[in-house]
Each structure stands twice: as C-alpha cells, then as structure tokens.
Design a protein around this ligand. Structure first.
Ligand SMILES: Cc1cc2nc3c(=O)[nH]c(=O)nc-3n(C[C@H](O)[C@H](O)[C@H](O)COP(=O)(O)O)c2cc1C
Length: 237
C-alpha cells in the first residue's frame, strides 16, 4: 500500500475493455470486507457509465468511465463522510496495487442515476478501470487542477521541534487526492500532541479529512481518533 501512495494519481481515461471477472470478484470481496469494518454500505457497480454519459454533468472529463464504487452509508452515522474518505482511500490504494486506475468523483457526474434506501446517503463515487499510459488530455486536466502541491509549511503548524514521523506522515498526506485539489487539512503539533483539522466549509471536506488520516496512518505508527480536530494516538509497542 505504501508504494501505491507514490504511484496513485487520478485517472480519467480508461481502457475500453471492462474489468475481468477475476478483478470484479476481488473488488467485490474487498468492498464487503471494508463495509464489515466501517459500517458503510458501499457497492461495486460493474456498469455505472450512465452517470457519465451526459457531457453537461460530466464536463467531458472522463473517457470510457464504466465500473465504480458507489460510496454510501447510513445518514444517521455522524462520521459518514469521514469514513467514506478513510475506507474509500484504503480501497483506492488497494486498487492501485492491482494496477487499476481510479478517480474519486463527487461533482462531475449525474448522481440521479443511482438510488439508495431512504435511510442511506450516496456521498460520491470512485471510478475504477483498466488504464494504460497517461494520455495528453489527462496530463492537461491534471496540470490544470493539480499543478500545485502545497508545501509542508502550509499543512503543519508546529510550536515545538517536529519529529521525523510527523514529517513522513504529512509527506504522505501531500500525495493524497483531495476534492478540487484544495488540500485543506492542516496538522498541529505542540511537542506532545498531534491533531488534524479541516475548515468543514465545503461538502467534501470531511471526506478529505478521512483520506488525510488514512495517508498519515500508513506512514506513522498509530491511529487518529474519529472526528475533526482529532488527536493521533501512538501505538503501544
Ligand atoms: C472527495 C473528492 C472528490 C473529487 N471529485 C472530483 C470530480 O468531481 N471530478 C474530477 O475530475 N476529479 C475529482 N476529484 C479528484 C481531484 O481533482 C484530485 O484528487 C486532485 O486534483 C489531486 O490530483 P491527484 O488525485 O491526481 O493527485 C475528487 C477528489 C476527491 C478526494
């Protein structure tokens, strides 16, 4: 999963050939296992292409978009958005390890194509599919959206000398996807406690918070509590 952090970028052009039966079965199992841990009810859809057919809704950003993970869960779960980010990004990195391309999509698709029980909320989707080399169009979109990675100084406020494990964790967060590439999570370190915050003034902010926590934890020895402003707990050796 660590190497996937360096390899992953959002992919928007997929191969025409669909995922193999083996790949589909593996993904279904991964999603089931993830749901069992998170309490989410996310689903793999082999063909969700209808949500990307309308240029008006998808802005023509994607080519051959077909299979996807419908990221959803109970509306009354107070940590729904953060869990979608945390467990969704874990799936993204596993899919990257399978050499598949992925893209989180919250805005540029037609949400009305999907339905869920009344008690559930569809938060966003994660496109998944076969990919080959990055196309010139993808490079252009990526350059336009994500040419800037904020430096560590814009992601960390520290009032004490910063240990290596904090730097490594934030370097991993710097490579994470974020909605509109806003990279809004910031970490605070006072020599004793590390916390992570996001303004929560945009609907996908708490999803980004979950993604950031996942990336940090992959590099660091411990776990964040749930919630905005949560504290990092070191694992006991
Ligand atoms: C929650 C979330 C929602 C996103 N929604 C969209 C979207 O609607 N359309 C799109 O083209 N990219 C979307 N992205 C992808 C971001 O634009 C991308 O992660 C960011 O530009 C950084 O680029 P990278 O993923 O290649 O590192 C989304 C990412 C996240 C995390």
């Amino acid at each position: 999963m660590r190497s996937a952090i360096n390899e992953r970028i959002s992919r928007r052009t997929f191969e025409k050939s669909p995922l193999s039966t083996n790949e589909q079965e593996k993904i279904i199992q991964m999603v089931e296992k993830s749901n069992a841990r998170s309490g989410l009810s996310s689903e793999f859809l082999e063909d969700g292409s209808a949500a990307f057919d309308s240029i008006k809704k998808s802005y023509g950003m994607f080519k051959n978009a077909r299979s996807l993970l419908l990221m959803k869960g109970e509306k009354n779960d107070v940590h729904l958005l953060e869990k979608v980010g945390y467990y969704g990004e874990e799936l993204v990195l596993d899919l990257t390890d399978m050499k598949l391309g992925t893209c989180w999509v919250a805005g540029t698709f037609d949400k009305t194509q999907f339905t869920a029980p009344d008690s559930e909320e569809i938060v966003c989707v994660i496109l998944v599919g076969k990919v080959s080399n990055v196309t010139p169009k993808e490079k252009l979109i990526r350059y336009a959206i994500s040419k800037n990675r904020k430096p560590i100084s814009k992601r960390l406020i520290a009032t004490a000398e910063v240990p290596d494990w904090v730097v490594k964790g934030i370097e991993s967060v710097r490579l994470a996807p974020s909605a509109r590439n806003t990279q809004k999570t910031t970490f605070h370190y006072d020599g004793n406690t590390l916390t992570v915050n996001i303004p929560n003034d945009y609907p996908m902010d708490l999803v980004d918070l979950g993604i950031s926590k996942k990336h940090f934890e992959i590099e660091a020895n411990g776990k964040f509590e749930l919630g905005n402003g949560a504290t990092f707990q070191m694992s006991k050796i």
